[in-house]
Design a protein around this ligand. Structure first.
Ligand code: AMP
Ligand code: MG
Length: 405
């Protein structure tokens, strides 16, 4: 199927196909902080009320609201209670206790007057501005009640959820595990960056760029090095990926129609190839299939194309594998600083830098848009998405931009 007529898929068709192929991974128990930014795989209930006791929301004096209501303004100070300590003194009629924020409200008291609204007089305090009954008191369990379900499976553990887990004493959490992603470069001309390239050789930029992207999308990259353009060597790389327990294999290079573009042949022979041509630029050749029971994403060799394809296809796949339900891209709208003409009917992803203007963000192309010009990405703040049917966009046209944060 690798030769002959090839189905050309739209970006969305390819994304949908890849997403329908990958599965949510199983869960693992990790230390709480390791669970940050991951998807919770368990329900969490509170073991106790938070706050555990009725306590003061202010530094001030605890007293009886009914005394204030009855017109009493001067109170005898009979004790003090700080946060983390027990309130031992009982507050009787005409009495007040100095109390700090977070300290338990002593028995008898139900109202707190802040320091700023009082004046001290010897061993008494005068209330200058009487509060209403019950002021500045936080009720036991007003945040969370014992037994309450505070988090559900499927929730993303943002910093606030991590805080909640700490508050209920869950220092180990069950989260969806991170995908192990084997990354294999290909090409006789490509050498590992720690080696001195010969005159006709280049260093392997893709494996590192893609590994950094994989890490950013929550995966665990495993660099397998660079395979020569020989079927057996590429096969070996695939076997190594499986031996190392990869959940996904990403290769770069060797997917176009050159004489030594072997990924498709090996995929066909060893597994199944689903498609390899997309209606986009850069990144028209991209093979997707399965080998040894895991998905294989065969990226184009040109670094810009490889990285844009990783963003468009590996990112949603990795997010789904980790249990996320939303992998939509947040784009911003920007105005083109220059006209753009594209006549090939493909979706273009143009590298742009953004400048804030009075009328909003403005997008300017970062020079040469060739798919081998890594510098066009280094200079870029975003990818302007030019729709398939946009033949000519005058300067000032609105475009959607995927941010390269
Ligand atoms: P290919 O699809 O294998 O023909 O590769 C397309 C272009 O990308 C060629 O110019 C390759 O030299 C280049 N290329 C392939 N792999 C890498 C890599 N890992 N790092 C940098 N450039 C690469
Ligand atoms: Mg090659």
């Amino acid at each position: 199927m690798s030769k002959g007529p090839r189905p050309v898929l739209s970006v969305e068709e390819a994304q949908a196909h890849i997403l329908s192929t990958v599965r949510v991974l199983d869960a693992e128990r990790v230390a709480l902080l390791e669970g940050a930014d991951r998807i919770l795989a368990q329900a969490v209930t509170a073991d106790r009320d938070i706050p555990p006791l009725t306590n003061s929301a202010m530094d001030g004096f605890a007293l009886r609201g009914e005394d204030i209501a009855a017109g009493e303004r001067k109170f005898r100070v009979v004790g003090e209670v700080a946060a983390g300590h027990q309130a031992s003194v009982e507050v009787g009629p005409g009495e007040a206790v100095r109390i700090m924020t977070g300290a338990p409200v002593p028995p008898g008291a139900d109202t707190i007057v802040r320091f700023e609204r009082t004046r001290s007089e010897n061993d008494s305090v005068v209330v200058l501005d009487p509060p209403s009954v019950g002021s500045n008191v936080r009720q036991a369990g007003e945040d969370v009640c014992a037994g309450q379900e505070v988090l559900r499976p499927g929730q993303l553990l943002r910093p606030q959820e991590v805080g909640m887990l700490a508050a209920v004493g869950q220092l180990q959490v069950s989260v969806i595990r991170r995908p192990r992603v084997a990354i294999l470069g290909t090409g006789d001309e490509v050498v590992a960056p720690d080696q001195m390239p010969g005159p006709s050789q280049i260093r392997d930029a893709n494996s590192y760029a893609v590994a950094a992207q994989v890490r950013r999308y929550g995966g665990l990259p495993m660099l397998l090095g660079v395979a020569h353009d020989e079927e057996e060597v590429v096969r070996q790389g695939m076997r190594q990926a499986l031996e190392r327990g990869a959940d996904l294999l990403i290769t770069s290079g060797g997917v176009s129609v050159g004489d030594f573009d072997l990924i498709k042949q090996v995929m066909d022979a060893e597994g199944q190839m689903h498609f390899w041509s997309l209606n986009m630029k850069p990144g028209r050749p991209m093979a997707f299939g399965e080998v040894g029971g895991i998905p294989l994403l065969g990226l184009p060799g040109n670094p810009v194309a490889a990285m844009i394809s990783t963003r468009l296809y590996a990112r949603p796949a990795l997010l789904k594998m980790q249990g996320h339900q939303d992998w939509s891209e947040r784009t911003i709208k920007a105005r083109l600083a220059e006209p753009i003409g594209r006549k090939d009917g493909r979706r273009h992803y143009l590298r742009v830098y953004l400048r804030e203007t009075e009328s909003g963000p403005e997008a300017t192309l970062t020079g040469d848009q060739g798919s081998g010009i890594l510098n066009s990405l280094v200079q870029a703040d975003g990818l302007a998405v030019i729709p398939e049917d946009a033949r000519h966009l005058p300067a000032g046209s609105d475009v959607q931009v995927i941010l390269l944060e």
